[in-house]
Design a binder for this molecule. Sequence first.
Ligand code: 5GP
Ligand code: ZN
Length: 131
Amino acid sequence: MPWYARGFWFPDRYVGLFRMCIFCKIANHQMPARWVLEEEDVVAFHDIHPQAPTHILVIPRKHLTSLAHAEQQDEALLGKLMLAARRVAKEAGLVEGGYRVVINTGAGAGQSVFHLHIHVLGGRSWGWPPG
Ligand code: 5GP
Ligand code: ZN
């Protein structure tokens, strides 16, 4: 996120309002993506740098900076996101082999795009603990 989009004097909702983030732009078709799902509140598209044979990102249209920025009023939206991830995984044929659902939250946990997104990864084997 650019420096001017940080801090209390520039609330997160303005980032979404002015579509200053790449995932807002993708969700609004202002940037191309390989689309998987398009719904009223939730969209999904393939990750540009896949970390598995199948790597899909499921995001809310609403700009939420991270899971840590979600509030009680986002309860239904978070439910929709999770169910969309489930559906995307099923339609991609990942159920039998298993799949991983990841939400990196904060730069320290590897978040690099500051618009909440669920990674749905499948098609290979996984280690635990995660790296
Ligand atoms: P994070 O690191 O924030 O958990 O995940 C961000 C993901 O977004 C990364 O896996 C990265 O490859 C992906 N990504 C970054 N920019 C773009 C883009 O412009 N288009 C698409 N489709 N994926 C992107
Ligand atoms: Zn956004």
